[in-house]
Design a binder for this molecule. Structure first.
Ligand code: ZN
Length: 397
């Protein structure tokens, strides 16, 4: 019977994550993001192997958001039916966590992603007691060391699988135009919100948007900051660079005006599917080359619109369109469009075919028995190594 189960798993649509999500009434924003996350290799595996259970922070009263999220991902990747799945239990939990998602209003997919990742992170944060804030500063250190210290300080409070996967570090440098003194600030980021370059006609490139985001900005007049050395307010220049690139890079194209989403830019932003090379935006020499694996699209206007997702399967490498309950194959040449809204990039090492063979994925046990499976001793790193754990060791539940 094991062979039959394996056969079903390898051949059903659900075994490839090609399962639609029912629209519960204007929930396409949620479905679109869930599909992008379902195709996020390391997050999917974290859920499929029940690794989140080790991290669930039981000192906190509620862990239901992560539980429901993992359950949903498991259903999308292991149920033997290819019928669309209802995310209603998950929706109940995200509403509890972020009451703004109560009801059936159209919402912003990027804001939803932020809330969701934040909620999941809080429930699997390895830090149960956050240290008291210290006034220690690292201003006397060289930038690279200061960046590292600030990062470890961040991890002392916020440390989870979600952080491992999505969080990077941004450096902003403020230079006094009078004395040349440069002060630096390091902040974690979960995604980068890129302004769309305005050109009179035609398309712009993602690199244009990145350059606009990191362009030197002059702070003058009312905005003049106080220079640490001059001890008075001075005209300064401000510039962003990426200190630490995250494993998964999420780029949000700012198509909507900030003032209550009253207008939308439908500019075609040309982005690469392969080899997005961001090294010129890096403050330290680091690896910053990415491949695209998912896009959350918004079509229509601010008045009425619809979200879909285009995702490349972490298993097969094939692209599909996820339109609520419908999942259809697509060509990679169709991925770029003026509807692209949130882009998900992973490093080349995460690309298909360099990962473990499909037969080594956990088998589609019924969920109730998965929940008793405490032998989920998997670590994602093991999947890449040749010393892979034998199959039967995680069938003992
Ligand atoms: Zn100065």
């Amino acid at each position: 019977s094991l062979n039959i189960v394996t056969f079903v798993f390898q051949n059903s649509k659900s075994a490839q994550g090609l399962v639609g999500l029912k629209n519960l009434g204007n929930t396409c924003f949620m479905n679109s993001i869930l599909q992008c996350l379902s195709n996020t290799h390391s997050l999917r595996d974290y859920c499929l192997h029940n690794a989140h259970r080790r991290d669930l922070n039981h000192s906190r009263s509620n862990t239901a958001l992560m539980e429901e999220f993992a359950k949903l991902i498991q259903t999308m990747w292991t149920s033997s039916s290819s019928e669309a799945v209802s995310p209603s239990e998950f929706k109940t939990q995200i509403q509890r966590y972020a009451p703004r998602f109560v009801g059936y209003n159209q919402q912003d997919a990027q804001e939803f992603l932020r809330f969701l990742l934040d909620g999941l992170h809080n429930e699997v944060n390895r830090v149960s007691v956050r240290p008291r804030g210290s006034t220690e500063d690292f201003d006397h250190l060289p930038d690279e060391e200061k960046g590292k210290k600030m990062w470890s300080k961040y991890l002392e409070r916020e440390d989870s699988k979600v952080v491992d996967v999505f969080v990077g570090q941004l450096k902003s440098s403020l230079t006094c135009s009078h004395c040349g003194f440069c002060s630096t600030v390091f902040d974690p980021f979960w995604d980068l919100s890129l302004p769309i370059t305005k050109k009179g006609y035609g398309e712009v490139s993602l690199m244009d948007c990145m350059r606009l985001f990191t362009k030197e900005d002059v702070l003058d007049g009312d905005e003049k900051p106080t220079c640490y050395r001059c001890k008075t307010r001075r005209r300064c220049t401000k510039k962003f660079t990426v200190q630490k690139f995250p494993k998964i890079l999420v780029l949000h194209l700012k198509r909507f005006s900030e003032a209550r989403r009253t207008s939308k830019l439908s500019t075609f932003v040309n982005f690469p599917l392969k080899d997005l090379d961001l090294r010129e935006f890096s403050s330290e020499s680091s690896n910053a080359v990415y491949h695209l694996y998912a896009v959350s699209n918004h079509s229509g206007t601010t008045m009425g619109g619809h979200y879909t997702a285009y995702c490349r399967s972490p298993s097969s490498g094939e692209w599909s369109t996820f339109n609520d309950s419908r999942v259809t194959p697509m060509s990679s040449s169709q991925v770029r469009s003026s509807d692209a809204y949130v882009l998900f990039y992973d490093p080349p090492a995460c690309s298909p075919f360099t990962s473990f063979p499909e037969t080594l994925l956990p088998l589609p046990l019924p969920l109730h028995s998965v929940s008793h499976c405490e032998r989920s001793t998997f670590q994602s790193s093991r999947f890449q190594s040749s010393t892979f754990q034998p199959l039967d060791s995680f069938l003992v539940c």
